[in-house]
Design a protein around this ligand. Structure first.
Ligand code: FAD
Length: 289
């Protein structure tokens, strides 16, 4: 392990000041399930951990029927999937947060850490994209909000500038007659990262799909939104044919690599399988299933 100093930030302003002063080798510390491993293995040069967990805003979970859901960036996964409003209204978020690592990891791992680590395979990210989540960022120049779908700019890279960190993540209130679903393909639970993951949100109006979002992960340098998959669904009643067209659009959009976890062919095939499954599951949930 490299030598790392630790500083506790008790407020947003304190965290910004510590991060600014610390420069490029100061990192926000949430659960540490990525950061501490990276520092120990010297995959990332870190001289200062700025612990953001003591900041009340990063540990909050608030739901309002009009404004939606706001989750503090450092709140651990188990408090997210254990929340009654999240379970009732944001099932895709439960699908994703309840499979990150195992129970011990879920006691620490946060949405902010999953997002800011910016792995192309990060599990909660495709769920957050399907749910139209927005990251609330604070920094030396003030506050700004960035949609999760444009947050990552490449593997391990994102839009955050020096001194900035994510304070919370906001999710709009669910639309009437809507459903969400998320799942991943992984060879060994709790032991590995996803070969493919997919998140879907569908809105229905009078039997037709009126709006859709399809996001896929681990098949490109960042998670991908697939507008062509949504277009294959919107304006029509959901049918085997429209679902197949959406799955094929997602397969065409995927740009996976060959590696020890899977080949390009297998990953493209899995994208089709998982997008189809998530569309069916989101539709079932929209019908109250
Ligand atoms: C055994 C094991 C199993 C795992 N399984 C999975 C899995 O199944 N799926 C999956 O997606 N991931 C998995 N991970 C990776 C990790 O647990 C997740 O990415 C987790 O969500 C990271 O959250 P954290 O709070 O621990 O982040 P940290 O490790 O604290 O931080 C991660 C990175 O984000 C930065 N950061 C953290 N919070 C903020 C913030 N609010 N603003 C700005 N920057 C921030 C840190 O500086 C660091 O660079 C696993 C890790 C381990 C060790």
């Amino acid at each position: 392990m490299q030598k790392v100093k630790y500083a506790r930030a008790n407020s947003v302003d304190e965290a910004i000041a510590l991060l600014e002063k610390g420069g490029a080798t100061a990192r926000p510390l949430a659960g540490g399930t990525d950061l501490i491993v990276q520092a120990r293995e010297r995959r990332r040069q870190v001289e200062l951990f700025v612990d953001i967990k003591p900041i009340p805003e990063t540990q909050d979970l608030k739901y309002d029927a009009r404004d939606g859901l706001t989750i503090g960036a450092s709140l651990p996964a188990y408090k997210i999937y254990g929340n009654e409003n999240v379970r009732r209204l944001y099932p895709a978020l439960v699908d994703a947060t309840s499979v990150i690592g195992g129970t011990a990891i879920q006691g620490r791992a946060s949405l902010g850490g999953n997002l800011c680590n910016s792995s192309p395979a990060a599990d909660s990210v495709t769920a957050m994209i399907a749910l139209e989540a927005v990251a609330n960022i604070a920094g030396p120049k003030g506050r700004r909000s960035v949609p999760v779908e444009t947050f990552a700019t490449g593997p391990g890279r994102n839009v955050l500038e020096q001194g900035e960190f994510v304070v919370s993540i906001h999710f709009p209130a669910p639309a009437p007659n809507s459903g969400t679903a998320w799942d991943r393909f992984i060879p060994r639970n709790e032991m590995d990262i996803a070969v493919v993951n997919a998140g879907v949100q569908l809105h229905f109006d009078g039997g037709r799909v009126s709006w859709a979002k399809v996001a896929i992960g681990a098949v490109a340098p960042t998670a991908l939104v697939v507008p062509a998959a949504a277009e294959a669904l919107v304006g029509r009643p959901l049918s085997d044919a429209t679902i197949k067209a959406a799955a094929e659009a997602a397969m065409a959009a995927a740009r996976p690599i060959d590696d020890m976890r899977g080949s390009i062919r297998q990953r493209k095939h899995l994208v089709g399988v998982y997008v189809e499954r998530m569309i069916r599951k989101a539709a079932e949930r929209a019908r109250g299933g």
